[in-house]
Ligand binder design. Structure first.
Ligand code: BGC
Length: 438
């Protein structure tokens, strides 16, 4: 098939002179930069019927109502307007749209998503639509999920119907969110449905099949185009730095190196195989931080260590991961080499009740992002994870990433802006970040 080469030159700040700048005590981002927030359907919508519906997290909670974003999307778009974002990374839930392989899309559900997208447009917010974010229709799960090669054609059929139906509403598509997180949590760690452990061959099969499906989806999306302008498409790779706490300790060095090889290098190689990454027009990057190893154990609070005990070891964490802002510049440099596509930071955020911690963390990461752009990285947008506190998969509602809190005990699920939202709002509305602050 003859595809147009991706348009890599239209917005390269280093090339077109629209460089990021440092003036008046602030770091200015390139003109046209997208500032957004991100969510996924299962984590916020509620009322989904997929493999997560019956899951009950250790906090005793489930995703059956979540933030009720499915009904409250207008209110949430109003909040986004208040935040001043010009973009929103949002999922469309496959299980709502197709009742079986090759079935026509459900017209009522399609109309729902068309309405959500129309409201975003009316609010001046550009959607980036995610096709797969850790959930599947039950009929896909019953036939082996992504370990089954037939899921590739089922997904292809879905995309071939969905994309043309939304070409007047969507210009930027995100095929897969963090394939390695999905495959490892589902088949190596046993934390996501179907809760299998140590199945390396299933992990590899999932990545292989998703990589093929990603390329096919890219082709379909670029063939369909968009009425709104040049279509953009890419998948989102979660980049975690894996390092030994003490570089001289062989076992930890081995753990870090093999984890990095499997989750970062091998997954990227599989997705970018045969130089066919040209099917994509951008690379999505989800960046949270670093995982270090001590005596073979990962040093993260999410694995049952307290933040306090980790801090004593010099490991500076939020409720989930070690923070490592310098790594953002490093990975952006790496991505310039390969795949050498423009980048969107499709997720960055921190989970913690301490807002001053989160504010400092955001500021440090945005400074590193600005520095990377200054040094030539072609980054076109930044999406904060997440708009709302939400259903954090295996952790239920205990990890709070929201710019807005949600009172889950109240029948109306009221939202409220947190202090971090005000800092983020300034970046979104002024396209700059003050130099003071950590
Ligand atoms: C995922 C989100 C998740 C976030 C925080 C990413 O891995 O895409 O669904 O909520 O990280 O853990």
């Amino acid at each position: 098939m003859n595809l147009e080469p991706p348009d890599r030159n239209t917005f390269n700040p280093a090339r077109n002179g629209a460089h990021s700048q440092k003036t008046n005590g602030a770091l200015h981002f390139p003109k046209g930069f997208l500032w957004g927030t991100a969510v996924s359907a299962t984590q916020v919508e509620g009322h989904v019927t997929n493999e997560w519906t019956d899951f009950v997290a250790p906090d005793g909670k489930h995703c059956r109502r979540a933030c009720d974003h499915y009904h409250r999307y207008r209110e949430d778009i109003d909040w986004m307007r208040k935040l001043g974002v010009n973009a929103y990374r949002v999922g469309i839930e496959w299980s709502r749209l197709q009742s079986g392989p090759n079935q026509p899309l459900d017209p009522v559900q399609l109309a729902h998503y068309r309405e959500v997208l129309a409201c975003l447009r009316a609010a001046g917010i550009t959607p980036m639509v995610v096709l797969h974010h850790f959930s599947n229709p039950l009929w896909v799960c019953r036939s082996g999920g992504w370990t089954n090669p037939q899921t590739v054609s089922a997904f292809e059929n879905y995309v071939s119907q969905l994309v043309p139906a939304l070409r007047d509403r969507v210009r930027i598509w995100n095929t897969f969110n963090e394939p390695d997180t999905y495959a490892s949590c589902s088949y190596l760690l046993g934390e996501f449905p179907p809760f299998q452990k140590g199945r390396l061959s299933s992990f590899r099969a999932v990545i292989d099949h998703m990589a093929i499906a990603h390329r096919r989806a890219c082709e379909l999306i670029r063939q369909a185009g968009s009425e709104l302008g040049p279509v953009e498409v890419g998948f989102s790779k979660n980049w975690t730095f894996f390092e030994p706490l003490r570089p001289w300790f062989p076992w930890d060095w081995f753990m870090a190196r093999s984890t990095d090889r499997l989750f970062n290098r091998w997954v990227m190689d599989t997705f970018l195989r045969d130089g066919r990454n040209d099917a994509a027009t951008f690379q999505g990057l989800n960046y949270y931080g670093r995982v270090r190893f001590l005596h073979g154990q990962s040093l993260v609070p999410a694995r049952g260590r307290s933040r306090h005990s980790l801090a004593k070891l010099g490991v500076h964490c939020d409720d989930m991961f070690e923070r490592h802002p310098e790594g953002l510049e490093t990975v952006l440099h790496e991505l310039r080499r390969r795949p050498a596509l423009p980048v969107y930071i499709t997720e960055h955020g921190s989970a913690c009740d301490d807002e001053s911690f989160r504010i400092a963390d955001l500021q440090s990461n945005l400074k590193m992002l600005h520095r990377a752009i200054d040094r030539g990285a072609d980054v076109r947008g930044f999406f904060y994870w997440s708009l709302l506190d939400n259903f954090e998969w295996q952790f239920g509602y205990t990890k709070k990433f929201g710019l807005l809190s949600v009172d889950f005990d109240h029948p109306q699920l009221p939202r409220r802006m947190k202090p971090l939202a005000e800092i983020f709002r300034l970046a979104c509305t002024e396209n700059r970040v003050p130099l003071h602050g950590k």
